[in-house]
Design a binder for this molecule. Structure first.
Ligand code: GSF
Length: 202
């Protein structure tokens, strides 16, 4: 299996952590891939017509995307321990993943707005709207994290990737001051080898 990733990509980090937490051996070969919403990548388009990472190419040549599908596939290969199989626990885990992926969607779009879009075309109200989504989702995460205990399933993995990406690209967002409980939780899970191994570049 080959997986298009980038060390800076939070969605790729999620599936890289899943591969490690699921104990896959061997893990998918990681193909470092540059992406930009304004620069087509023909090689990546062969794996994912949306030209987004992560994208996973299986040994039979078929491909899987997006990160949610890849994460569940890799977990199934590893014995299905990171996605609850059914019932209320499954919906709670999937919803938590959706919440945290939503933080990433808003943060990645903001990053493109600030780092890719030419300055005269930037729209401050739109950036502020994305920031409101991030703040609201962080507050929701903070309200529920007390029930997580020692779990590190797909929902918590997505949460760790969201917080890690905010640290990486938006150090001005002081989520630790607003949510000290998340600060403690994130410090603890950041010691896991899957997290250390996938830390975005400095
Ligand atoms: C989002 C992937 C994504 O936006 C998923 O895999 O869960 N819903 C998808 N990936 C970004 C890179 S990142 O910041 O993680 C990407 O590939 N962007 C290129 C583009 O053209 O938007």
């Amino acid at each position: 299996m080959r997986m298009h990733i980038n060390p800076a990509s939070p969605f790729a980090r999620k599936v890289r952590i899943v591969a490690r937490e699921a104990g896959l051996a061997p893990r998918p070969e990681e193909i470092e891939t540059a992406v930009s919403p304004v620069a087509p990548n023909a090689d990546l388009a062969g794996a994912n017509p949306l030209m987004k990472i992560p994208a996973l190419t299986l040994d039979d040549g078929s491909t899987l995307y997006d990160s949610r599908v890849i994460a569940e596939y890799l977990d199934a290969l590893g014995g299905a321990r990171l996605f609850p199989s059914s019932g209320a626990q499954r919906w709670a885990a999937l919803r938590l993943q959706a919440l945290c992926d939503g933080i990433l969607d808003a943060a990645v779009l903001t990053r493109y707005e600030c780092a890719v879009r030419p300055q005269p075309l930037r729209w401050d109200d739109w950036i502020a709207g994305q920031r409101r989504k991030i703040d609201g989702a962080l507050a929701a995460m903070a309200r529920e994290h007390g029930a997580w205990g020692d779990q590190f399933g797909i929902g918590q993995i997505a949460a760790a990737c969201a917080l890690g990406y905010l640290d990486f690209r938006f150090p001005d967002i002081d989520w630790r001051a607003a949510h000290p409980g998340l600060k403690t939780w994130f410090a603890r899970v950041s010691e896991r080898s899957s997290m250390c191994d996938t830390m975005p570049p400095a």
